[in-house]
Design a protein around this ligand. Structure first.
Ligand SMILES: NC(=O)c1ccc[n+]([C@@H]2O[C@H](COP(=O)([O-])OP(=O)(O)OC[C@H]3O[C@@H](n4cnc5c(N)ncnc54)[C@H](OP(=O)(O)O)[C@@H]3O)[C@@H](O)[C@H]2O)c1
Length: 274
């Protein structure tokens, strides 16, 4: 078996690369620049928005770990079918819990799921909660001082460790998960102030939380991303159109071990905050 991993330099794809290597499965990592890769994983250079840029890397690939939200995904999937690929594990999102697929983030995940379903390839969809690695969004603030301004301070989220997503993905490639949608959560729901406290313990700094008002969160979201994505995030957590608070046991059922905790993620990654 050989798996092509898209987003291989990122949080989720990088974890899939690690999990494949740990399982002794050959992989091809789609990258745009050189990165360090474990044994058994080779680099493929290409642009997800230009499927032709890596079509010649598909023969010999049996499965693709695919990110949502890129252009011309139908062409990528046609190339995959022609090359003899059998299976796609799509990284989708919890936003599809909501019936509102008009929301800009839910819309691109929905479009990717529909394209994969229409491709004729075997598929498994992973719909995770927010990732523990999103903790890195506070990095700039931590470089400037010990105060962390948090959006939606009262909304508890059971964030998930990217390696748990990755290990579920590997099971989906190696076992029969065809046509299965895995809704994935972390082990416990924590508010942003609780998450900051755990981070402070891991990095040995007493952090102070500034709980942003809804108006402040609105302004910050609109200052940092296109309006349709800012509106989507505000509706997820401000209006509560998705539930990332509930906890389920899918990670444990699929991988055989409990979902990893935020204290584990923060201590593994403490050096990034130094
Ligand atoms: N973060 C969350 O809480 C969350 C929750 C649910 C679902 N998701 C989904 O998970 C996805 C991945 O999240 P992440 O945290 O792993 O993201 P990330 O760390 O930002 O990684 C994104 C990856 O995509 C690659 N990439 C971006 N544009 C590309 C292009 N045109 N061609 C080839 N590669 C390209 C990046 O490569 P470079 O290094 O070259 O930029 C990087 O490897 C998100 O995009 C989202 O759809 C995320």
């Amino acid at each position: 078996m050989t798996v092509l991993v898209t987003g291989a330099s990122g949080n989720a794809g990088g974890a899939v690369v690690q999990a494949l290597a740990a399982a002794g499965i050959a992989g091809r990592a789609l990258v745009r620049k050189d990165i360090e890769l474990p044994g058994g994983i080779s680099a493929v250079y290409g642009d997800l928005n230009r499927p032709e840029s890596f079509a010649d890397a598909l023969p010999g690939v049996s499965g693709i770990f695919l990110l949502s939200g890129y252009d011309r995904v139908e062409e990528l999937l046609d190339n995959a079918v022609r090359a003899g690929v059998r299976k796609v594990v799509l990284l989708s999102s919890s936003s599809l819990d909501s019936a509102d697929t008009g929301n800009a983030i839910a819309a691109y995940h929905h479009a990717a799921e529909e394209a994969v379903k229409a491709s004729g390839l075997d598929w498994t969809f992973l719909r995770p909660n927010s990732f523990m690695s999103n903790t890195l969004r506070w990095l700039d603030q931590l470089r400037a001082g010990d105060v962390v301004r948090v959006q939606f301070p009262d909304v508890p989220i059971s964030t998930i460790h990217p390696l748990d997503i990755a290990e579920v993905a590997v099971r989906a490639f190696t076992e029969d998960h065809a046509g299965v949608i895995h809704r994935l959560t972390g082990p416990v729901a924590l508010t942003p102030p609780q998450q900051v406290e755990i981070l402070g313990q891991a990095i040995g700094r007493p952090l102070t939380v500034y709980p942003m008002t809804r108006a402040e969160a609105h302004a910050e979201l609109h200052a940092t991303m296109p309006p349709q994505y800012a509106e989507a995030i505000e509706s997820f957590f401000g209006d509560g159109i998705i539930d990332e608070t509930s906890v389920n046991d899918t990670v444990e059922k699929v991988t055989g071990h409990p979902a990893r905790t935020l204290p584990e993620w923060t201590s593994e990654n403490a050096a990034l905050f130094a």
